[in-house]
Design a protein around this ligand. Sequence first.
Ligand code: NAD
Length: 498
Amino acid sequence: MSAINETLIRDVVAEVLGRLGQAPAAKAAPSSASSKETCARSGNGHATASTIGRGKHGVFQDANEACEAAQAGFLQLKQKGVAARAKVVEIVKALAEANAAEWGRIELEETKIGRLDHKIEKLKIIKLVPGVEWLHPDGRSGDHGITLEEYTPFGVVGAITPSTHSVPTLSGNIVNIVAAGNAVVFNAHPAAAKCAALAVRAYNQAIAREVGIENLVTIVEQPTLETFKAICGHEAVRLLCVTGGPGVVKAAMQVGKRAICAGPGNPPVLVDDTACMKRAARFIIQGAAYDNNLLCIGEKEVFVLDTVADQLMAELEKAGAVRLSPAQLERLTKEAFAFKEGHGAGCPEPVVNKALIGKDAAVLAQAAGANVPDKTELLFAETTKDHVFVKEEQMMPFIPIVRVKSVEAGIEASLVAEHNYKHTSIIHSHDVEHMTAMARALDTTLFIKNGPCMAGLGLGGEGYLSYSIATPTGEGVTNPRTFTRVRRCVMVDNLRIY
Ligand code: NAD
C-alpha cells in the first residue's frame, strides 16, 4: 500500500469512528516511526474505544484515556464546524454565569483561599472572554492570485490550572481553546481538583445534550505529577497551556512541545507626586484586596515618593485599609514566612506559610496581634525595599509601602521586585515621562496607568479577559488566536476579481 493510501485510510477510519463517538483503535499516526512506537507501548497513550468509555462526562481516572477521549472529541468538533464551536462557547459562558454562586462557594470550600464574593464574580465574567468572533482569516490579493491565511486548530491542548482560580481558569481556557477548534484535557491543581471536575462534568453534559459531542473537554479526576507527565507526553496532545508558578512553567518548558506559559508575577506599583492620592489609594485597595490578593496581576508592593508617602497612607486609611505598627509587621512577617537554612546560595530562603495565603485581612491581623473590623479588606505597613513582603509573591491581603527618594529610584526598586517575570506593573502618575520611563524599564506584559490591576484585563479598562496571561513565552493575554496554527492557502494567477 502506498504511503498516501495508508494515511488516507487511517484518516477515514478516524473520521468515521469520530462520528460514531469512538476513538480509532490505532490512531492516525503522522509517521511510520510513531506508529511503531504506538504498537510497542501498551497502555501508554493508547486507550481503545472501550477504555474511553470508562470516563464519565469528561472525568477520567487515567490521563491517557482522558487524552484519547479528547482526541475523539476533537474529531467530532471538526466534523460539526464553527457553529458547534460557537455553541460550546455559549454553553460554557451561560453555565459559568448560572452556576457562579454555587461553584464559587464549592471552590472556596475546597481551596480555603480567597473571598466568596470575588470567587463568584470571577465566574460571572467568563462572558468577557473572547470566542469564535476573534478568528479572522488574513487575505492577500495581487497579480499572482489570492492567498488566505487561516487560524486553524492544533487538535488536543493539554492545560494545567492553578489553585488560585481553578474553575475560572478552566472555563476561560475552554472558551479560548474550543473557539479555536481544539479539544482540551486538564490537569488541575490537586487542591482545587474536585471543583474543576464538577465543572467539567456539567460542561460535558450540556455539550453532549446540545451539540452532540462527548468528551470535548476532559480532566483527570485525581491529578498528580505523573498525570501531568502523561498528558504532556501523550502524542494526541499537540500544545500545552500552563497557568501557575515557576515550578510548573519550568516543567512544561522541558517537555519538548510548544508550551504557552502563564507564569508567576510580583506586580510593583509606583506612585509619584503628580498622582491623585485618593484615587491611587482606592485603586491599590481594589486590586490588592481582590480575592485576598490571589490574582497574579494583583498589586503586591508599593513604591511611593517620600514627599507624598504620608498623604498616600492617610488616603489608604481613609478608604478602609488598616496600618500595622512596626511591631505588628514583625509579628506578621514571622507568621507569614519560614526561613529555611540551606536553601538558596547558602542564605536562608523565605518560604511562604501556605496557611496564610489568600486568607482574610482579619485573619492576618490576628496573626500580627492586631484587631481589625471583619470587613477590613487590606492591611499595609511601611517596609524597606528589601523586606521579604516586597520580594516574595505572597498572595495575602497585606501590602508593603516603601518610600523612595526619586522616580528613578522607584523604577529601579520596582524592577528588582518584579524579578524579571515581565508580568504586570502599575503606575499612578500624571507625568507621561514617568509613565514612559517605567513602561520601558519594566518591560512587563501588562502596564496599567492610573487604575487597579484588573483594568489590564478589560475590567474597568479597555481590553478583553483571560485568566491565563502568557508571560515568559510571550503570547500575552491569551485569546482564541493563541491556540491556533496559521496555515496558508494559495491560488496562483486566478480568483482575483479585478
Ligand atoms: P502552582 O505553581 O503551585 O500550581 C499551578 C499548577 O501547576 C497546578 O495545577 C499544580 O498542580 C501544577 N504544578 C506545580 N508544580 C508543578 C511541577 N513541578 N510539575 C507539574 N505540575 C506542577 O501555583 P498556584 O499556587 O496554584 O497558583 C499561583 C501561581 O500561579 C502564582 O505564581 C501566580 O502568579 C501564578 N498564576 C499566573 C497566572 C498568569 O496568567 N500568568 C494566572 C494565575 C496564576
